[in-house]
Design a protein around this ligand. Structure first.
Ligand SMILES: [Zn+2]
Length: 452
């Protein structure tokens, strides 16, 4: 580039001809226009998805475009050329299946048990509930900050993620309902008249887990709880015909509405192996001995801390267009050749050169988590490879659209980018002491109900 800029100047000086002067100035102006925009973004110049302008386009004939709500739509590449901004994240290459839909919570009614570290704001945003509704609800009803671990909440959205109603079961005789009326939420309370009933649902794999679980009477929300709880222990795609599942539920009905459905435990028999997830008093699921079902992550994909040269910023404004061009990850200022480490166990789903992302790796961890690593100098893994936490997967670099050596790192939870430096990450801690004793007592009651 530097050479191209120089050449008109050289010619101008050599010929002292007004024609060359004008041409030279023109070339400089054009080059400056092209270069100026990226240089003004931030150090990274990786221009990520612009939700407003429908930007991301890849080179294959049916390109993916990420639209406003983060959903990927397929469009014809000719029609989309004028939208082209960058092609950092070829997300359409990551195979999706029915389990992803469950994890993405396409279901409109979700039941959720409050776990340690949860806030209502974060839970609802994680489930893609309309931000404005979340804001309205949580600012108008300050009492919703008092959710307790183990309490049940449930909510219903329309197809556009707008919140329609929200319920909070404080205790079986104190249920708060928040219903949307116009553009506001109205609170009412209800006393439980239904008696909670334990129900055991049994099923067998005839085609795949999601389809068979649905047939057996489990809701999408309940299937989601099961697949999330056991995501680190069991690959649901590998379940075989004839494998069995048993689910213990406590359901309470008030007319048509299920206000208090709790998934107390699940057992999946895969060949000769049994997998259990049992609900503890802290709202989380553990294995039958009180051991953690979660897989831990490390916060940084580097062996040493590095300076953050550009922070995660979902609302970054483009300096020229004034439009929101989110920075979906964090940039670490590291010199070329710095080892890049996988932050968790997982499977490499992308390892290739990819336009402005440069050499690019995406790793899928369980069902809910994905990390990406961009502008790499050298990729040391292959697509389809299993990696362990701490494995050296690449050397950092300056490839793709990048103005200096750095590592661009993203963390996606439920297919949504989150701030990797602050996101709550799963902790793999088992139960101990009193809570373990209480849990073991619970298992004694639950396990016989899950027998074949
Ligand atoms: Zn970046």
């Amino acid at each position: 580039m530097a050479q191209q800029i120089k050449s008109p100047n050289v010619e101008k000086n050599k010929f002292k001809n007004p024609y060359f002067s004008v041409l030279g100035v023109l070339v400089i102006v054009i080059l400056f226009t092209i270069l100026w925009r990226p240089l003004n973004l931030d150090r990274t110049v990786y221009v990520p998805l612009n939700p407003q302008a429908e930007t991301t386009v890849t080179d294959n004939p049916h390109s993916s475009v990420v639209v406003g709500d983060g959903k990927i739509e397929m469009v014809d590449s000719k029609a989309s050329k004028q939208l082209t901004e960058s092609s950092d994240i070829p997300e359409d290459e990551i195979a999706k299946d029915e389990l992803d839909d469950i994890i993405d919570d396409k279901d409109n009614t979700v039941q959720y048990t409050i776990a340690r570290g949860d806030t209502l704001h974060d839970i609802l945003l994680r489930y893609n509930v309309n931000k404005n509704d979340v804001y309205q609800l949580t600012t108008k009803f300050k009492q919703l900050a008092n959710l307790r671990i183990g309490q049940q909440i449930s909510w219903t959205t329309d197809d556009d993620h707008n919140l329609q109603s929200f319920s909070w079961t404080i205790s079986s005789n104190n249920i708060r309902i928040y219903e949307k009326s116009g553009d506001k939420f109205v609170e009412s309370s209800e006393t439980a008249d239904g008696v909670p009933q334990d129900i055991v649902i049994k099923g067998e794999i005839k085609s795949n887990f999601v389809a068979d679980a649905r047939k057996s009477g489990l809701t999408s929300s309940e299937i989601g709880i099961i697949t999330r709880a056991l995501q680190w222990r069991l690959d649901f795609r590998r379940l075989q015909i004839g494998d069995k599942f048993l689910v213990l539920l406590s359901r309470e009905m008030h007319g048509k509405r299920m206000s208090n459905s709790q998934l107390l435990g699940v057992r999946i028999k895969n060949g000769s192996k049994d997998y259990y997830a049992i609900l503890a008093d802290d709202g989380k699921y553990y294995d039958i001995n009180g051991g953690s079902l979660a897989q831990s992550f490390v916060r940084y994909p580097l062996s040493k801390r590095a300076r953050v040269s550009s922070a995660f910023n979902p609302r970054r404004l483009h300096p020229i267009t004034g439009q929101v061009t989110p920075h979906n990850g964090v940039d670490f200022a590291v010199s070329r050749g710095t080892p890049v480490l996988s932050v968790g166990n997982g499977e490499v789903v992308i390892a290739k050169y990819s336009g402005s992302a440069g050499n690019y790796i995406a790793i899928r961890h369980g069902r809910q988590y994905m990390t990406t690593y961009m502008h790499l100098d050298k990729i040391l893994v292959k697509s389809g490879q299993q990696v362990k936490q701490g494995d050296k997967i690449a050397l950092s670099g300056n490839t793709g659209r990048s103005t200096g050596p750095h590592l661009h790192f993203e963390l996606h939870i439920n297919n949504k980018p989150v701030n990797p430096l602050t996101a709550s990450l799963p902790i793999s801690e088992g139960l101990t002491g009193k809570s373990k004793n209480a849990f073991i007592a619970k298992v004694k009651n639950i396990k016989p109900q899950l027998s074949l």
